[in-house]
Design a binder for this molecule. Structure first.
Ligand code: FEO
Ligand code: CA
Ligand code: CA
Ligand code: CA
Length: 598
């Protein structure tokens, strides 16, 4: 049965053509609906959303801005909790007449702090369909907002280190808030891992830290002075001014674990997983039961990482499992091509062995209190992980975004979204295209199919773009039959092992979308566009439910087009004519209840 191995036998839908519509477009035979929008009540006592009368108090109880990662925790057949990240705010679309953070009323800054973070919301199925709706009545005991002001905890080897101590938290154990939570993952014990990505943009005065800290400030691109476009969180929370609180910036850029079923528990920043611009954190188990977390650092020329726990996962032993992410080894990836360098000429032509492929190794950086990096302590490796990876010869990639293991075939897929800065002299077999506008997707097969291995094989599955462009590659599939795809960002799998890819920043000029391709058999590389999101939006989240009757996407930043404002919006999605664009989670299902992709 080809479908069981990602062979795509069940994918029969007609692709959605590229478009620039202000609409969520789905294939013929499918329906879609919004599940939850920016401003919808999350806590039972939240007021109704009123665009022209926003307040921080209301926002802290309402669904936040710019939804990203989406995952679901079932509570029976027809009820579930949704977890959703709120990555960042776009004040120019949120507030009329917004100029910048320096001129903004303080209440707008407080609203922005409250619009970051994440939400837990209870949802229910519309009986007999693949549609899910927000539960809007009753107790909703698990509903929760987490914001940039939520008290949290540090655990793991760097917790309490000098590098994490501040005036407000002299023990270095209690960070406040999370920021720029982009993608994420779940754990085998039923919690969320949510990844802090571009945390640099929230700080001012990165140039005014002590001299010893300065190399790391620049390595993490923390702005000097007050960068244009800065939200000026420092005006209401002094800790964002690094001239006064230089270590505060070290308290962001982590993977945060949250238990959706424990609304009173403080979120936990797991320092053993390192600090960088985390895109996501997806778990799997090694053959011996150790927990493995795959992670990308989404900036140009950054690295791919994995964490392997010291101890094994024991099903049902919750107290034990919840410590697994505090002790283990953090690795960074080195990719080596198997073709002569001269054959990787930047033209997009496949090397003579017929593939961009090769071998690789996981280089250990730190394990518990033991550093493997010359001149750096374990705490330094964990807090300044980028600088540690620089020293060990890791491979600089084209913006590693989401990375996840396919539960059917065991391979790990890495979305490398783009890198317009790579020059011809910098191409290598794993990043073979200069000024890589459209990105690529890499398949990594761990030695003996064991996620705990320290070596692997890899190959490129897709080199994205317009299939008429000679530099593209669709795993050898007939390019006249595939959808154009650009800037792969988030990946997900259905139960048949098909690879779902959400895009961000389609450099072909059409709207972003959600795509699916089989990864095994004759259909490998047959990329088809399943949906497109409204103008100005990126596609996030994607999640095919385990019953394969629904697919969720987060429609992030609809209407985010240069020059758009609330007085001249480019998108009216999802509320329609006269409405302001509202980042929202949407669900798509087959009108006759067939499996997604049918
Ligand atoms: Fe927030 Fe890397 O996308
Ligand atoms: Ca090769
Ligand atoms: Ca992303
Ligand atoms: Ca992205």
């Amino acid at each position: 049965d080809a479908a069981r191995f990602g062979g795509g036998g069940d994918l029969r839908f007609s692709p959605v053509p590229p478009n620039k519509d202000d609409a969520l477009r789905v294939p013929d035979g499918y329906a879609s609906a919004v599940v939850v929008r920016w401003g919808d009540p999350v806590l039972p006592d939240a007021p109704a959303f009123d665009f022209d009368n926003q307040s921080a108090e209301a926002q802290a109880k309402q669904f936040g801005y710019n939804c990203d990662y989406v995952t679901m925790f079932p509570m029976g057949r027809d009820r579930a909790l949704l977890w959703v990240n709120h990555e960042y705010t776009n004040e120019a679309l949120m507030f009329r007449g917004y100029k910048d953070g320096t001129a903004a009323p303080e209440e707008q800054i407080r609203i922005a702090l409250a619009a970051h973070g994440g939400s837990v919301v209870e949802v229910e199925r519309v009986r007999g369909t693949g549609q899910w709706k927000l539960v809007t009545k009753g107790r909703r005991r698990y509903n929760r907002r987490i914001t940039a002001l939520t008290p949290m905890r540090f655990t793991g080897p760097a917790a309490g280190s000098d590098l994490l101590r501040t005036a407000a938290d002299p023990a270095g154990l209690k960070p406040v808030g999370m920021l720029n939570n982009c993608s994420g993952g779940t754990t085998p014990w039923g919690t969320v891992l949510t990844a802090e990505e571009n945390f640099d943009q929230y700080f001012v005065n990165g140039d005014k830290v002590p001299a010893a800290q300065k190399p790391y400030i620049s390595r993490y691109t923390i702005p000097s002075g007050i960068a244009s476009g800065n939200r000026r969180f420092d005006r209401v929370e002094e800790r964002f001014d690094l001239a006064k609180h230089p270590n505060e910036v070290n308290r962001f850029g982590w993977v945060v674990e949250i238990d959706p079923f424990d609304p009173d528990a403080a979120p936990v920043k797991r320092t053993a997983l390192g600090r960088f611009k985390h895109e996501a954190a997806n778990t799997t188990l090694a053959r011996d039961g150790r927990v493995v977390v795959y992670m990308g650092d989404d900036s140009r020329f950054e690295y791919v990482y994995k964490f392997v726990s010291k101890d094994r996962y024991i099903q049902g032993f919750d107290r034990h499992n919840r410590k697994l992410l505090d002790e283990g080894t953090l690795y960074v990836a080195k990719f080596t091509g198997d073709s002569p360098a001269a054959e990787i000429d930047g033209s997009g032509k496949l090397p003579s062995d017929g593939a961009f492929d090769g071998s690789g190794e996981w280089i250990p950086l730190v394990s518990g209190d033991t550093s493997f990096v010359d001149g750096m302590t374990a705490a330094e490796v964990l807090v300044y992980t980028r600088a540690a990876a620089d020293k060990v010869g890791a491979t600089k990639m084209d913006r590693p975004e989401d990375m996840e293991r396919n539960p059917v075939n065991g391979a790990v897929y890495v979305a490398l979204t783009n890198n317009s800065n790579r020059v011809p002299a910098q191409v290598d077999e794993a990043n073979p295209r200069p000024s890589n506008k459209h990105g690529h997707v890499l398949e990594l097969v761990e030695r003996r199919d064991d996620a705990g291995s320290t070596t692997f094989a890899w190959s490129l599955v897709l080199v994205c773009g317009d299939p008429n462009d000679a530099s593209t590659y669709f795993a050898g599939y007939d390019k006249t039959k595939v959808s154009p795809i650009s800037c792969p960002d988030n990946v997900a799998f259905d139960r048949d092992g098909n690879l779902w890819i959400a895009t961000d920043g389609n450099a072909l000029g059409s709207n972003d979308g959600l795509f699916v391709t089989p990864v095994r058999g004759r259909e490998r590389g047959h990329v088809r566009q399943f949906l497109t999101v409204p103008i100005g939006a990126e596609t996030c989240g994607p999640m095919v439910t385990s019953d394969q009757r629904s697919v969720f996407v987060a429609v992030q930043h609809p209407g985010e087009v240069d020059g758009a404002t609330p007085d001249s919006p480019v998108s009216h999605w999802p509320d329609g004519e006269g409405g302001q664009p509202r980042p929202s989670v949407a669900v798509t299902w087959h009108s006759q209840g067939k499996k997604i992709g049918a």
